[in-house]
Design a protein around this ligand. Structure first.
Ligand SMILES: Nc1ncnc2c1ncn2[C@@H]1O[C@H](COP(=O)(O)OP(=O)(O)OP(=O)(O)O)[C@@H](O)[C@H]1O
Ligand SMILES: Nc1ncnc2c1ncn2[C@@H]1O[C@H](COP(=O)(O)OP(=O)(O)OP(=O)(O)O)[C@@H](O)[C@H]1O
Ligand SMILES: [Mg+2]
Ligand SMILES: [Mg+2]
Lengths: 228, 228
């Protein structure tokens, strides 16, 4: 369902080029529970951002559900992001002036064809699944770090997308809450066939993945750090 | 060196009061490596913010290095925060327009009495200790999540304060890098007698603490969750 082919990403910084991703190829099957693992700064977020169409590769191609992202116009990319992909950002990216409830409802409003009763049902269901039903009227700055992370998780899941990209979704959670979130994602994966691609340092997540891709300094490597 | 006495913190939210901290008392000895642990939303950040004079208790007292914080004027609180306490925030709070180097140098400039050569020596030393010497010209949005976390860590340590408050300092780090950061903090604790108070979910940090305070729903509890 996701194919990454010879992808590179470089950033100009003053007079030098920073090579964040240096030629990476892999594919993720529909329904897979997969993880990108590796040291801080190795390129995990950069790769997830390109799969999520939030960033574009400097070289190479990304094919999502059969569509080559470099061939798509802005309008088509937006449609892909809104209907097929859910994204849990490493920095959450919640809307500060909206409550937790409104933040989770937001993508359903953007989709335009979801009636009010169905929006209410889903927002309440996912807030409850992440344990935040009693905090739904809080704004992000009235929530703890782990509570904001869970609002970001509920928002990514509420549209019930085919692919969920989760950038360190348990980083700010205690092990009990992290386990509950992992169980929730596992059950969506097993019951609905949702494809998950995690970027993670959490060994609990890594041990439950069907497939683990190890990144070192912008390249794929095996678990012992040998470059592919 | 830190005494927390019958401290409570409540927030008005619409028509109700949210009781984030419900009567907590403990003391931290000079040179202790201590941890606040507990579920997401249990009040750890709220307590650290009050110890760091970033927030004020609704009830109770906080005494830092012999000074009762409720008795201090703004100018004295600022002096305490700037010279005695280093704070690693859960959300980093870096200055977006400054480079990593400038962010780490910032508190030394605020202190006003640190000559240029000494500032350069210390900023370079701490950036190297957190493994970011080659990234010092990057701004926060040109860094990975774990790299930003490490800039926030270097910035808190560069003034060599008596007390370091660290809110989940390893949340965004892989276990290797997290271990290096923990070793760095351990050595500052053993060699310089720096007092550390962590808020953490990381069992590696918890296992290395001299003292662990367990928080459940705004109150202290023992590790089995029994309220004190
Ligand atoms: N805009 C930018 N300009 C220059 N370099 C950048 C930029 N954005 C990212 N980088 C660099 O790209 C590399 C990869 O970053 P990325 O955020 O993908 O890492 P990561 O694996 O997600 O790390 P972490 O585990 O710390 O979140 C880093 O070394 C970072 O410094
Ligand atoms: N401004 C506010 N208004 C209302 N409630 C608040 C406010 N700030 C925090 N809270 C509530 O206070 C409680 C404690 O928050 P705190 O940030 O201290 O938790 P924490 O232990 O640090 O959690 P985490 O591990 O998720 O970071 C939470 O339930 C939160 O919803
Ligand atoms: Mg990242
Ligand atoms: Mg917190």
């Amino acid at each position: 369902i996701v194919v990454v082919k010879d992808v590179e990403k470089s950033y100009p910084l003053g007079e030098i080029m920073v090579h964040a991703v240096r030629g990476v190829s892999f594919s993720i099957q529909k329904g897979e529970f997969s993880a990108l693992a590796g040291p801080s700064g190795s390129g995990k977020t950069t790769i997830l951002n390109m799969i999520g169409c939030v960033d574009t590769p400097s070289k190479g191609e990304i094919i999502i559900a059969g569509q080559n992202t470099s061939g798509l116009k802005d309008k088509e990319l937006t449609k892909l992001r809104l209907f097929k992909v859910g994204f849990i950002f490493q920095t959450f990216n919640l809307v500060p002036v909206l409550t937790a409830y409104q933040n989770v409802e937001f993508p359903l409003l953007l989709q335009k064809n979801v009636p009010k009763a169905e929006r209410e049902r889903r927002v309440n269901m996912y807030l409850e699944k992440v344990g935040l039903k009693d905090k739904m009227m809080h704004r992000p700055n009235e929530l703890s770090g782990g509570q904001r992370q869970r609002v970001a998780i509920a928002r990514a899941l509420v549209t019930e997308p085919a692919i969920v990209l989760a950038d360190e979704p348990t980083a700010n959670l205690d092990s009990q809450t992290g386990q509950e979130i992992l169980d929730l994602m596992s059950s969506l994966n097993e019951n609905d066939g949702t494809t998950f691609i995690f970027s993670t340092h959490d060994h609990n997540v890594i041990s439950r993945a069907h497939k683990v891709l190890w990144l070192v300094d912008g390249r794929l490597a095996d678990p012992k750090g040998r470059i592919a």
